[in-house]
Design a protein around this ligand. Structure first.
Ligand code: ZN
Length: 306
């Protein structure tokens, strides 16, 4: 049986907020089975918390925010992406400000933090969304769809009219090894013209070349250059995994994305949940009914997947 996982110890990460530019810290710690991922504002009275569930997503412009009129946890997706890739089902993210620190703009510092804390299995089976039939959502010229697959695979394509970016694709089976080596280090990116306009409006005060890949009309401005030739599309996969965790359980399926962003992903997650004829909720490796033998054999084939 594939069991739910949580963190073993707790670990603190200090940084600055992308929007405020002010110092902020998060502490990642364990949570009991079936509790999901909670974000707790430890700086507010009575330490309110919200789950990282798509119904609590209240902003998707440039980053994903969890919140309501009394609560805000912005830019959660890079931290959530690590939980998704490492199958952390339950955790508490303590946050002492309105946004998760941006750090270097990638998920690598969160991955290192989770590895420092360690991961343990809990005595409760994990449930998966097992995709049986295609589920598709499209918006303008962007789309996202799932088709059946024996694991979690992401194929992502972006197309930016920019010399350095252009059309890029990546196709990857998501497991800890692949994620750590090919996805976690990919940084977010921004165009100088847009960054300057947003800064003038009082937004993204913390944005800089230490926490993003910056581009002018011609080139990458970071003196260290890119971490991957196609770092941009790899970061889109990173973001998409963070947004997918808001579904509430991991998916067994092949996710195909074209020009996806946080808004598209939030709508797609809702579409997936609504498409009840297209998925089953399953536990893997447990005793299944005879007609579910295909799921059992898939579970056995997924020993490297958990
Ligand atoms: Zn991102």
């Amino acid at each position: 049986m594939f069991l739910q996982r949580t963190l073993f110890g707790k670990t603190k990460i200090d940084g600055i907020g992308l929007h405020s530019g002010a110092p902020v810290s998060i502490t990642l710690r364990s949570a009991p089975p079936n509790s999901g991922i909670h974000i707790e504002r430890v700086d507010l009275k009575d330490r309110p918390s919200m789950t990282a569930h798509f119904s609590n997503v209240n902003a998707t412009a440039r980053a994903t925010s969890i919140g309501n009129e009394y609560f805000s946890a912005a830019t959660v997706e890079h931290c959530l992406s690590v939980f998704a890739a490492l199958r952390i089902d339950n955790a508490i993210v303590e946050l002492n400000g309105p946004e998760v620190p941006i750090l270097d703009g990638s998920a690598l510092p969160f991955l290192e933090a989770v590895r420092r804390a360690g991961v343990v299995e809990l005595d409760e089976a994990r449930k998966y969304f097992f995709i049986k039939k295609p589920i598709r959502f499209e918006q303008e010229d962007s789309y996202a769809y799932f088709v059946p697959y024996s694991g979690l695979r992401v194929t992502c394509t972006i197309d930016f009219p920019h010399k350095v970016i252009g059309r890029q694709s990546v196709d990857i089976d998501i497991n800890e090894h692949n994620y750590a080596n090919q996805i976690a280090g990919a940084r977010t990116f921004g165009f100088v013209k847009e960054v300057e306009a947003l800064k003038a409006k009082g937004l993204i005060q913390g944005a800089g070349l230490e926490n993003a890949v910056g581009l002018d009309d011609e080139k990458v401005l970071n003196p260290e250059g890119l971490r991957f030739r196609n770092e941009f599309v790899r970061h889109k996969v990173l973001d998409a995994l963070g947004d997918m965790i808001t579904l509430g359980a991991p998916v067994l399926g092949h996710l195909v994305l074209y020009k996806a962003g946080h808004d598209l992903m939030n709508k797609f997650v809702r579409k997936v949940l609504e498409s009840k004829d297209s998925y089953d909720i399953v536990e893997l490796g447990s005793v299944l009914e005879p007609e579910d033998q295909d799921k059992l054999s898939m579970g056995l084939a997924l020993q490297n997947f958990k």
